[in-house]
Design a protein around this ligand. Structure first.
Ligand SMILES: NC(=O)c1ccc[n+]([C@@H]2O[C@H](COP(=O)([O-])OP(=O)(O)OC[C@H]3O[C@@H](n4cnc5c(N)ncnc54)[C@H](OP(=O)(O)O)[C@@H]3O)[C@@H](O)[C@H]2O)c1
Length: 186
């Protein structure tokens, strides 16, 4: 267990920086070859996670694509869904919240019980955590695909510092430290 939990944005992205296409499809991702035991693999990552955070669109995608055909909600740990609406949680571990990341910081840390906090996405929510100084790392698996448009990895400017780079079959797996918001060019 970590003494200081990390807030980590772990996701796959296209080479041109999209999480999903304009219709929220992940077809570009799900067709890629990946080694489940390789670099930056999900199993190793999730074993260090104590709390999951996501936006409403990502939650909806999971309900439509993962929680189907009798399959259960995929996360055992507490999950916080940010939305201004009032969806019915499909598991007892899900909490519906709204407001700024700062307002929920101590609740998320307590919920993670010494483990990491996974910011699942999307990009705007991850950006809100980064702007609040509450995002430590970005871990991206970059697929050899461009989409030209879609849901951005980050919709605003940030500086990051590259920490590690590895390969997992089709993917470049990179881990960055978040430096902070980047001033617009003059
Ligand atoms: N490539 C990957 O591995 C990966 C990872 C994650 C997600 N995805 C996909 O990428 C897409 C993400 O879409 P997205 O970036 O547009 O959406 P998103 O972050 O999942 O959801 C956006 C919504 O979250 C709510 N929200 C955000 N900040 C909030 C706040 N501070 N307080 C209250 N509510 C807040 C708002 O919902 P309301 O309108 O309900 O208020 C907003 O419309 C989805 O298709 C998802 O499945 C892909």
């Amino acid at each position: 267990m970590n003494t200081s939990p990390r807030f980590r944005y772990y996701t796959a992205t296209t080479l041109d920086g999209y999480l999903a296409d304009e219709n929220d499809s992940l077809d570009w991702l799900l067709t890629q070859p990946i080694d489940d035991d390789g670099a930056m693999n999900y199993g190793a990552f999730i074993s260090e996670v104590g709390c999951v955070v996501m936006g409403a669109t990502t939650y909806r995608w999971l309900l439509d694509h993962e929680v189907v055909d009798g399959k259960p909600w995929p996360y055992d740990m507490p999950c916080f869904v940010f939305t201004h609406r009032d969806p019915t949680p499909v598991a007892e571990s899900i909490r519906i919240v709204s407001g700024t990341p700062g307002e929920h910081h101590s609740t998320l840390v307590d919920a993670a019980a010494g483990k990491d906090i996974w910011i699942v996405g999307g990009g705007d929510l991850a950006a809100q955590f980064a702007e609040a100084g509450l995002l430590d790392e970005v871990l991206v698996s970059i697929a050899p695909v461009t989409l030209g448009a879609g849901r951005p990895l980050f919709p605003r400017r940030f500086d990051l510092e590259l920490q590690t780079v590895e390969r997992n079959r089709a993917f470049v797996c990179a881990r960055y430290r978040v430096v902070g918001p980047r001033e617009p060019a003059r």
